[in-house]
Structures are given as structure tokens and as C-alpha cells.
Design a binder for this molecule. Sequence first.
Ligand code: FES
Ligand SMILES: [Fe+2]
Length: 373
Amino acid sequence: MKPDDRNLAPQMQRTPSAATFVCPDRFERDMSTWYRRRWLCVGRTEELPRPGGFVSRRIVGMSLLIMHGRDGRIRAFYNSCRHRGTLLTESAHGHLAKCRIACPYHAWTFDCDGTLLGAPGMKEVEGFDEADWGLNSLECDTWGGFVFVRADDSIPNDPLLQSLADFPEKFAAWPLADLKTGARIEYDIQANWKLILQNYSECLHCPSVHPALARLSPPTSGENDPANGCYVGGRMSLNDGVASMTADGSTRRPIFPKLNPTESRHVYYYILLPNMMMSFHPDYVLTHRLEPVTPDRTKMTCEWLFEPATMARSDFDPRDAVQFWDLTNRQDWHMCELTQRGIASGGYVPGPYSNREHLLFELDQVLAEPIDQ
Ligand code: FES
Ligand SMILES: [Fe+2]
């Protein structure tokens, strides 16, 4: 028996096994259970605002092409030509003239709605019908200005809005669909995606890791919702005299007008499972989008969203919010990376959670459960 296996109080909860964070098989299971079967956020509609706009994304091994069709609909496809499979575009985003995309190899041409329009040299091939060779698609939908895709539709009847449960209602006071991205930073984190979600779910580490944050918002002020299969999170209060989470706690931006007095004095930190972390501030919204790459590597896109009217003001400057969270992010990623390395050290055994880490235990339970049972 290892020393820390003795004398555990029955109510003491433990952190997960090392395999949860380092095992390639477990990672693959997570990807198929949580990433391929669930709605994933892949970006903002503002990235493809007009018909012909497109973005390409790589997530959990899939190369995706998301296009804005002539009919106004945003659709998601695999970024793979139906002829011999070539990637249709290497660009991360752009605009397609005449709403069509041509494969760089043999010039098969597809409409933004995925229809095959032309396939040189195929007319004389017996049995070939263009109608059979449109781009392979994924489910795609939008909410709050975010674009979501779902790769595996083996769970039928799971429309995006239904899967979001009461999440949109909870944050109805923030005009998400209208917001625009004022800043974006991408990070490459050498840690398992679940360690990043865990780290986001407690502020026990705030006094030691984020002294600047702890001066703006009391680390013990967290009030959490019970975790569920859709979201995990809670709120923290702002100290008296602090207007928002910024470098000095002040803001020149107006607060969102529909916030009630409680909402304007708190920051709401929620994980929208499986790949979004959304932080609702009185004057801006911060989003983190996770793209797990391997068991010990996660790419992260962090965006700061503001009201267009605020961004149009001559004194608009997002740096107060960006610098504050960029510093906090880097502090967090460093802790996640140290944790990943320590868990992989060979000497890790699950440790005891404190009472202030109860949400992590709930999150672990949610993530451990297969969602299709
Ligand atoms: S692979 Fe695309 S046209 Fe041949
Ligand atoms: Fe943190």
C-alpha cells in the first residue's frame, strides 16, 4: 500500500488516474465520445460574413471547410476533393469568387453549398453522375454568433439548440450574436485538454498563480452551478471599485445594457462542453476554444469579443482586457504543463481534492461518463 492510500476519510474525493491525462487510448476514446459526437465550436460567423466567405479548420484529425452559401446558410464539409481526396484549400480563411471552389489538382469545382459543378474528363465515364459527388458534409449550425459542427451524427435528433439546454437563456443578457472579435491570441499548450478544463474550474490556485487576478476578484467568491453534461461553471464577484477584469480593474467601455445589477458585479466562467470556455464580463466576453492534438498537447484560440458600437468609439482600446487575460492565460498554461509533466512522471497517484475543488470532481464525473448511454 502506498502511504497516501491510508486513512482516507470516506468523503474525500480523488483526482483522476494518470491514464485519464496521458494514455493515447483514453485520448482517442475522449475524442470519439466528446469531440466527434458532440457539437464543437469552430469559430465565429463574422469570419465568413457574406456568401462566398469560408474558413478552414483542423480539429481532432479532421480538416474542415466551412462555407457561407448563396442562400445565406453556413455549411460544413470535409476539406477533401471527391475526386482523389486532395485538400481543396490550404488557406485558413478567404472569399470565394462566384461562391465556388476549385480543387487545385484536376480542377473539379464545387459550389459553396457542396454541389459538384464541374469535373473535367468525367463526362465520358459510364455511370458517373455529378449529383452523386458533392462534398461530404457535417452537421453545422450557429448560436450566438458562434459556428458549431458535429461530425458523428450517430446520436440522432440532437439539434444544436437542444444540446445547449438552458445555457443560451442563462446568458441572454449578453448580446453574443452581435459581438465582434477585438483581439485573438493562439496558444500551443503542452497539456491534456482536461487539465485545462480543470484548471479553469477552480480559483484555489489564484492567490499563488494569479496575484493580479486575486486583487480584482476574491478567489473564495466562487458560486458554482452543479455540473451537467452541457456546461460546468459558476461566477465570481468583483471587488468594490473594480469594474471588470482588466490590468487595473477599471474600464472605459460601457457595460452591456441588459445586465442586471448582479450580472454587472460578477464574472461568469463557464465551460460549454467539450471545447469552449466562455467568460462573461460586464463589458466584454472572453472565449477559449480548445483543439486537442495529442494526450499532452492542446491548441487554444482565445478571443476577446466586444460590442461593435464600443469598438467604433475613438477611444476603444482592448489592451487592458487582452494584457490582463494573456498574462493570466500564460500563468495557467504553465501550471497545466507542469501538472501534465508531473502526472507523467511515473510517481503520480490520484491526490485528494479540497472542498474548494468540488466542481473539478463533478467535472471528472461528467467527463468519465460515456454520453451515449
Ligand atoms: S483530386 Fe481534386 S480534382 Fe482531382
Ligand atoms: Fe488560473
